[in-house]
Design a protein around this ligand. Sequence first.
Ligand code: ATP
Length: 335
Amino acid sequence: LLESYYANRNFDVAIIKRLKSELVKQSGVLEVKDPEFGFADIGGYEVIKDFIRKYVINVLSRAEDARRFALPLPKGILLFGPPGTGKSLFANALATEIKLPFINLITENIYSKWFGESGQRMRNAILMAEKMSPAVVFVDEIDRFGRRTQGMGGSAESEERRVFSQFLEWLGRPDRQAIIVGTTNVPEHLDEAFLRTGRFDYKIPFLYPGAEARLDILLVHLGLKEGATKLRTPLTVPPEELITFLHREIVPRTRNFSGAELEELVTRAKRIAFDRGAAGLEPEDFLAAARTFRINHEERELLVERYLEQAKKFTDDQVFLDALRAEMDIDWEEI
Ligand code: ATP
């Protein structure tokens, strides 16, 4: 407050917000990020968006009604799946959609950098996060905490267990204000205690995008999707023509690609056009870019099966699981 007043002779909300973020950042364990994306910036994954809209966003935005129905407010979501499938992006977009601040818990700093002080660091992080809540607190690679003990022995192990218990206790606290969104690539490594009901309301699999989703993701990154924030990429053909081409030629060639790889494909296509000195991208650039990828389909399909097995363990919502499968099965049949 003083700094804002000193600089401007008034209490400027924008300045105070920035200073507060800087202060939090100095702690080394939390980082406040302005939510940059909404659901429109996420290509595909409509089943998950609908599910979250219905069970999380609507409930939180009508909290009073929810209380009348004695409906609990969702406070924990676990997103799991292969790398690059948009889990972090989704967490960020969720914060935007529910209009809450987005706080990143920097897990690696709690352990490696501040080893020995880990317990204190964790306590501070929880205290600060609660003070800034309601907010979405994002915990990437949450399995760092919830890992089954690997028998390191001695003080290292006890320190790790202590941080884990603190985190677990926070997750289970009935008066917790923070909405925790955790992600993991290895759900099978998570401790059972972590997964018991009440800690995470929903555990959602993020798998490789289906055909429709792949097209949508390409359009997001080309700036051709309505409502998305990316700038439109210059093209040498009309957008409709390119979209038809992508649908016919690129979508079938990108089976089992992650969202991150589809984004990379767009970047490579741009680079090819740029190197050629072209005024914009043309369809052939996408084919050339697609040829540069090597994807091990067998490995990825096995991985998806493993995640689906986990999903079955985590949720008994058959309607949701069937809808998710349908999105994927359509994809596999087509190829
Ligand atoms: P990791 O498990 O490695 O942390 P992740 O699942 O959290 O990966 P992100 O970091 O969210 O994946 O994805 C990386 C980038 O890929 C995103 O910032 C985004 O640009 C792009 N991306 C992934 N999925 C999508 C999607 N569905 N729509 C648009 N872009 C996507």
